[in-house]
Design a protein around this ligand. Structure first.
Ligand SMILES: *Cc1c(COP(=O)(O)O)cnc(C)c1O
Length: 414
């Protein structure tokens, strides 16, 4: 007999009944534990964690982060506005645009966010318009690649992100021309970082460049920490990385002549494992060669399997002791939306509740209303209590903004 599937002692089936399905369920304890593990991996450095809000963009999640002393990294002004609603001051928010409109950059500046500059033309524009009055951080592309799906690598030479480190002299020239103040240097090498060695190679690019800028306050190493999606996955060895980066950073601060802050921007690492997408089985059907399970969800709610070939463990919550059977688990979208192929699960019956694991990061935040389907509700378990933190969409939500232009003449048909 398997124990009932619980979160902080609460039965997930009871939560499913209470809030309805499909449902995104988050365990706040798990998020707090990840923050603590992250912090304790680094020693002897002035560490600041900036949660990447795009991974799970919810007001209550941001409030939880704030109570844990975690700041925020945002990629749009709207994310910044949400962070401010959650109580963050503009200075606690790092704004990292990537080809955003000039009007939005100006808005970010007028809100007082910290600005991370991602291209030479933007650096010019900020310099021309604001000069020394807007301190900037520079996002550098170190031309280092690591493992993982190519779509989520951002630090290699052909990636669109950052200013190539080959342009070191050109960057310094623009900064000098407009008398700009550089307070930070940043790299974000993309998701799925596993190797401390590659990481330190990127770090040393920033350490070298730091010599050009005497006013630095921080070095921002971005993110890309790998979590295990399936048993046996290679994960970032955070203890090892923390020890080696801490030592390298201390040595760098010595050379630089001053202690700087060491920043990271984890998204996935903090929230992925805390999230579960709970769904209900609509149909189980047998084809000559395949056995399909269709759930009341699809790539509209969790696009990672189709977009990144991501693996998500699946738990049969309502029939954990069923006979192990092979299934293709698919969605209800009119489009191929396979969650899993040839997956061994305890026998699945119509009405069973299946949980997709590791769904906290880039799950709800990438959800859409494709097929005019509601996005799920979101619930967070905090201190043993389940709280609704976002309502399920309604039909009115889905059609809000559509404009009924009453100008058409009906064609007579014969
Ligand atoms: C997406 C992003 C992150 C977070 O990446 P994870 O892999 O989720 O940790 C951090 N920094 C920047 C600039 C990002 O765009």
């Amino acid at each position: 007999m398997h124990a009932p599937y619980q979160i902080q002692g609460l039965d997930t089936l009871t939560i499913a009944q209470q809030f309805g399905l499909p449902l995104y369920l988050y365990d706040a304890d798990r998020i707090i534990r990840q923050i603590d593990t992250f912090r304790s991996s680094f020693t002897g450095v002035n560490l600041k964690i900036k949660y990447a809000a795009k991974s799970l963009t919810n007001l209550s999640i941001l409030k939880l982060m704030r109570t844990q002393g975690v700041d925020v990294d945002v990629v749009s002004v709207n994310e910044a506005r949400l962070a401010m609603l959650a109580g963050y001051t503009p200075q606690q928010i790092m704004y990292t645009p990537s080809g955003n409109a000039w009007s939005e950059i100006q808005e970010a500046i007028s809100l007082g966010l910290r600005l991370n500059v991602d291209s030479l033309p933007l650096l010019e524009q900020v310099g021309q318009n604001y000069g020394a009055s807007v301190p900037v951080c520079l996002r550098i592309n170190p031309s280092v690649a690591d493992g993982g799906n190519f779509k989520i690598q951002t630090g290699h030479a052909n990636s669109k992100f950052g200013i190539p480190n080959d342009y070191r002299d050109r960057i310094a020239a623009v900064v000098a021309q407009y008398d700009m103040v550089v307070i930070g240097l940043h790299i974000h090498t993309g998701s799925d970082f596993k190797d401390a060695g590659t990481f330190l190679k990127g770090a040393s690019v920033l350490f070298d460049m730091a010599a050009d800028y005497p006013d630095l306050q921080f070095i921002d190493f971005g993110s890309g920490f790998k979590v295990a999606y399936r048993e046996g996955d290679i994960v970032t060895d955070l203890a090892d990385l923390g020890t080696r980066v801490s030592a390298a950073f201390q040595a760098f601060c010595q050379r630089y002549g001053r202690e700087l802050e060491l920043w990271f921007e984890p998204g996935k690492y903090l929230v992925s494992e805390a999230g579960h997408l709970l769904t209900q089985v609509n149909i189980v059907k047998q084809h000559p060669t395949r056995r399909f399970v269709q759930v009341d969800s699809g790539l509209n709610h969790l696009i990672r399997p189709m977009m990144y070939d991501a693996w998500h463990d699946i738990v049969n919550v309502s029939n954990p002791d069923g006979e192990p059977t092979l299934y293709d688990v698919v969605g209800y979208i009119c489009e191929t939306d396979t969650f899993a192929t040839d997956r061994l699960l305890p026998e699945v019956r119509t009405g069973d509740v299946l949980s997709f694991e590791n769904a906290g990061a880039y799950g709800f935040s990438m959800a859409s209303t494709y097929n005019l389907r509601e996005r799920p509700a979101e619930v967070m378990v905090y201190e043993g209590q389940a709280h609704l933190i976002r309502q399920r969409d309604t039909f009115e939500d889905l059609t809000r903004g559509m404009v009924d232009i009453d100008v058409f003449t009906t064609v007579e048909t014969i």
